[in-house]
Design a protein around this ligand. Structure first.
Ligand SMILES: Cc1cc2nc3c(=O)[nH]c(=O)nc-3n(C[C@H](O)[C@H](O)[C@H](O)COP(=O)(O)OP(=O)(O)OC[C@H]3O[C@@H](n4cnc5c(N)ncnc54)[C@H](O)[C@@H]3O)c2cc1C
Length: 374
């Protein structure tokens, strides 16, 4: 088979690249090792936090805004919602990263925010057992985006626009020649002008020189102690990042369609440099749950600290915490190194990947995510 572009790996970044290439009329084939929207990579579970004022790098704002615009446009066509901007709370001491960082990021992004004093925060959000120094920055443009449904929507839209998709097909080799790229699977060989490699935690398997480190990072969901309480519904308990005095913290958001409250622990990262093919997919109560449950019991007393649902997941760290998105050589474009903050940007990254592949001028500054910067 011969085509213009093959996209290998249809998770968050690859599914978006497939869609944006198909939207340009490029002959594109997408290959995914698992089912579309599967739970074995980095893009499963219903939701991810969304914001345009990004503490990780000022250059990310334009990419998040592009995601928002593309998802809004797609939602108008499909009748689905891909982002809910119910606002977010950035909580901590006055000098903490969430408070100072969110304020600075919002100023850089030209996004309005509101400062909440300790008393205002305690009154509006009684779910929090605050420390005496805690204050907050309220970011009304933030919220949540939908992970698995969005990956599926990207792929469905790409197929509607003419893309060919092979799920359950593993790419075993990519050979880059002078005149073409050959992509091999156990059942098919495809030649193309270019390949986009977006295999997430598996990126280093196909691009060994990419300096990436996959990390095992489970996802957790909880329920209120009082099942009749609406205190932890999304509109009453919106997305948040909360840093404690010891530098650790919690992040999450209230229950939405799945009636579960998502909470994760920051500052307890472990299980680095894992082989994604050998990922420990068991959950270990002491190692995985004990610290998070104890922190929830102290911080949100009305939430049952025993998780009701959990799933292993992976973050793929890059050396500087920014993505690797762009041209790798004349026929190879790559996207990976999500560093735990990639989902909100994935549609915008897909647009960049399509622009790089078709040699258009990128809509945003991409120097900070250039995969050759190392
Ligand atoms: C616990 C947790 C919380 C997070 N929270 C947030 C958040 O709040 N906000 C946010 O913006 N981001 C968040 N993220 C990050 C976000 O989920 C990731 O940035 C994003 O999902 C990464 O997508 P990806 O396309 O790089 O990887 P993936 O979605 O894993 O896609 C890679 C795909 O490649 C496929 N593949 C691999 N090898 C092959 C092969 N040889 N042949 C064919 N296919 C192959 C895989 O099966 C997979 O489908 C979080 C991540 C985790 C783990």
């Amino acid at each position: 088979m011969r085509t213009d572009v093959v996209v290998v790996g249809l998770g968050a970044f690859g599914s978006a690249a497939l869609w944006r290439l198909a939207a340009r009329g490029v002959n594109v084939v997408g290959i995914e090792r698992q089912a579309i929207g599967h739970p074995f990579g980095s893009s499963h579970g219903t939701t991810r936090l969304f914001r345009v004022a990004c503490m990780e790098h000022p250059g990310l704002t334009e990419i998040a805004r592009k995601s928002l615009a593309l998802w809004t446009e797609l939602g108008e066509r499909t009748g689905e919602t891909y982002v809910r901007q119910t606002g977010s709370l950035n909580v901590g001491g006055p000098d903490s990263r969430p408070v100072k960082g969110a304020r600075q990021a919002a100023m850089d992004a030209g996004a309005p925010t509101t400062d909440l004093s300790h008393d205002e925060l305690a009154k509006r959000f009684p779910q929090y057992a605050l420390a005496s120094e805690d204050v907050a920055v309220w970011d009304p443009g933030a919220g949540i985006c939908y992970a698995e449904p969005t990956v599926r929507a990207h792929v469905a839209e790409a197929q509607r626009l003419g893309a060919t998709v092979y799920p359950h097909t593993m790419v075993t080799a990519i050979e880059v020649g002078r005149d073409e790229v050959t992509v091999r699977t156990p059942t098919t060989t495809i030649t193309a002008d270019q390949v986009v490699i977006s295999t997430g935690a598996w990126l280093s398997k196909l691009v060994p020189s990419a300096p990436l480190s996959p990390r095992r990072t489970p996802l957790f969901w909880f329920q209120p102690k009082d099942p009749a309480s609406d205190a932890f519904q999304l509109t009453n308990f919106p997305a948040f990042i909360w840093e404690f005095a010891d530098g650790k913290g919690l992040w999450g958001h209230g229950s939405d369609e799945d009636f579960l409250v998502k909470v994760g622990l920051d500052g307890a990262e472990r299980d680095r440099d894992v082989d994604p093919d050998e990922l420990d997919r068991y959950i270990h109560p002491r190692k995985d749950i004990a610290e998070l449950s104890a922190t929830i019991a102290k911080s949100f007393p009305e939430l049952d600290p025993e998780p009701v649902k959990l799933m292993p997941c992976m973050v793929t760290d890059s050396p500087d915490g920014q993505f690797l998105v762009g041209r790798y050589d004349e026929r190879v474009v790559i996207a990976g190194g999500d560093s735990g903050h990639g989902f909100k940007h994935c549609a915008g990254v897909g647009e960049l990947l399509a622009q790089v592949t078709t040699k258009e001028t990128p809509y945003a500054d991409v120097s900070f995510i250039d995969p050759l910067r190392f």
